[in-house]
Design a protein around this ligand. Structure first.
Ligand SMILES: [Zn+2]
Length: 258
């Protein structure tokens, strides 16, 4: 149980399918086998030929089923070299962390992702640009910019209506995260698909960017005011009563006050 009485849960995850007339690219495949079956059926129902699967960063919940889906559709898995290093780190933590949380639900997770040439994936001749943004809620993150759609698929650089995962933000991480958001903003997207979003909210880029910044500012402010994880947690919850998954906030709070 969390201090506020909530049952621990995982943050909602976004998986994005970008397609042309025939081909498609999947961004941030999900976490568990069940989710991958559902996403796979969704891709199949689109009748598109899945050429690539792109993972924005190394956190297992954003790519652990990439191999399963790549095999089903004959797609190639793409990530930046930095994210690939983080993928190996997450595989090394599987037993201690991920399998404890979701026993028996995560498929085989050999890292088969490769970097793409010139940080670009082509979809029927149109560019999908891989943009490295550095530290977000973890190290070596990236986003996928789709200029034709005024879209950024932002992974964990920008959240939308979900509590931010701050556990890896000690030692300047929140300042680096702000720089990552600045990079996303320079791409001037109209739409942002956040890796963790409340599905009842829209994907307006300006709102998601400003609200993610504001949350980081609040975290800095309230971390300086409170001496215990519980007080910080309660103060953030009071300020953001509508964001989903206070559990993510609690994990961050306990990590930052450890
Ligand atoms: Zn995430």
């Amino acid at each position: 149980m969390l201090p506020n009485g909530d049952r621990p849960m995982w943050s909602p995850l976004s998986t994005t399918l970008i397609h042309g007339h025939n081909d498609a690219v999947l961004v941030d495949p999900p976490f568990t086998s069940d989710q991958a079956h559902a996403v796979g059926d969704w891709v199949q129902a689109s009748n598109k030929n899945l050429t690539h699967i792109f993972a924005t960063h190394g956190h297992g919940d954003h790519w652990f089923t990439a191999g399963m889906l790549a095999e089903r559709f004959g797609a190639q898995i793409i990530a930046t070299p930095g994210s690939i290093a983080q993928m190996h780190r997450n595989v090394a933590m599987r037993e201690a962390v991920w399998d404890k949380l979701f026993p028996g639900q995560i498929p085989e997770t050999t890292v088969t992702a490769v970097p793409t040439e010139n940080n670009r994936i082509e979809l029927e001749g149109r560019p999908l640009d891989v943009v490295e943004v550095g530290h977000t809620d973890t190290d070596a993150a990236s986003v996928l910019h789709v200029p034709d759609l005024d879209l950024v698929v932002a992974g964990d650089a920008v959240y939308n209506g979900v509590h931010l995962y701050l556990a890896e933000s000690a030692g300047g991480g929140r300042a680096k995260w702000r720089s990552a958001i600045d990079i996303v903003e320079t791409l001037n997207p109209r739409w942002i698909v956040a890796g963790h979003k409340n599905k009842d909210l829209d994907d307006t880029a300006t709102r998601a960017i400003s609200q993610t910044r504001e949350y980081l500012d609040s975290a800095d402010e309230l971390l300086s005011q409170h001496t215990t994880a519980l007080d910080f947690f309660n103060a953030m919850l009071e300020r953001y009563p509508d964001r989903l998954n206070p559990g993510a906030l609690w994990i961050g709070a306990t990590a930052l006050y450890r």
